[in-house]
Design a protein around this ligand. Sequence first.
Ligand SMILES: [Mn+2]
Length: 245
Amino acid sequence: MKVDIIGDIHGCFQELHNLTVRLGYDWNTGIPIHPDNRKLAFVGDLTDRGPESIRVINTIFSLIQKDLAYYVPGNHCNKLYRYFLGNKVQVTHGLETTVAEYEALERKEQQKIRRAFMQLYENAPLYRILDNGKLIIAHAGISEELIGKQNSRVKTFVLYGDITGEKHADGSPVRKDWALEYKGPAYIVYGHTPVSEVRKVGNTYNIDTGAVFGGKLSSLRYPEFEIYSVPSSMPFVPEKFRELK
Ligand SMILES: [Mn+2]
């Protein structure tokens, strides 16, 4: 079980390309393939805010088709899925960039990308248990008591984190720092909350280093536990990074 887990991409295709090249993946076939049988894993939030969301979707869809990657959905993936379903969703918080890319496509291309993304999303588990339970990938993480379960509480947790229903002054939801309380034996690798450096707390790794906010795109190499990052080409937005104690 050799896997490279990649943090929130949010349409930053160039950073995905650079990071996978750095990790030794070869793009000759149009998708990143490792000569040493490694697989990629994605913690979700493939799209929104960044410049090339459609290209990221196409790449990850192709990887999954060829059984070369794992993917779990993030909250942005969930919203894009609901948009493609035809549900009324607010085209805000970055979704507007993905929708603009989508609308600029020819109708046939639109159908292709919509079907691909919906298939990708529908086939994805809420979280992925790997290496006989030693490794878990979940977009916003998961608490020990929820591992192995599938219900609406799990769905909320893995997509949005440990939210309480309370809101900050700016309207954003209060997220509890579940990682501080996590004492389980399985390693949990997740993203969702941008931090300036990969944050390891106990057996948990937050690998969302804010690629789309001018930070970097990071990955965790498992089972080696090596961290690789590439710098972002996006403007730096310091207020998007949360420094958690
Ligand atoms: Mn997220």
